[in-house]
Every structure is written in structure tokens, then in C-alpha cells.
Design a protein around this ligand. Structure first.
Ligand code: TRP
Length: 73
């Protein structure tokens, strides 16, 4: 079930944004969370959230492995 999928986002700089996008016909931003360096967010995909966008430098721990996003150059 998609709802059991947790991911962990560890911010590597100030001002990392975790943006939740809606599930369904419309794909829209519905929530934006700002993390500062060292802050961690543990999040799930849910009935309301089908995708997440991470903006800024972070480590993202998922069942697929660890992904590192980069800050804007
Ligand atoms: N109310 C949202 C939901 O249940 C909260 C949420 C879950 C969320 N996962 C998220 C918000 C990921 C931002 C990013 O879907």
C-alpha cells in the first residue's frame, strides 16, 4: 500500500523545501515544509500525496536507496 512508504529527508543546508503534490487528476502543490541544516522530516505518500519535490541540498533515504539532491548553482 502506498501509505506505508516512508521516506526520510535530511537537510544539508538551510532552507530546504519539501513540497507535497496532490494525488489525482490535478497535480498541485498542497504543502511546503522548510527545513534548516540538520533537520529531518519523515514523510509518507498518502491518499492525498502522490509526489514530493525536494528543493535544496538534502539526503533522501528511501527504499530505493539514498539520493542526494543538490543546491541550485
Ligand atoms: N496532509 C498531507 C497528507 O496526508 C500531509 C503529507 C503527507 C505531506 N505526506 C507529505 C505533506 C509529504 C508534504 C509532503 O497527504
Amino acid at each position: 500500500m502506498s501509505q506505508s512508504d516512508y521516506i526520510v529527508i535530511e537537510a544539508q543546508e538551510d532552507g530546504v523545501h519539501v513540497i507535497g503534490l496532490t494525488r489525482g487528476v490535478d497535480t498541485k502543490f498542497h504543502h511546503s515544509e522548510k527545513l534548516d541544516a540538520g533537520e529531518v522530516m519523515i514523510a509518507q505518500f498518502t491518499e492525498h500525496t502522490s509526489a514530493m519535490k525536494i528543493r535544496g541540498k538534502a539526503k533522501i533515504y528511501t527504499s530505493y536507496g539514498i539520493i542526494e539532491s543538490e543546491s541550485k548553482k
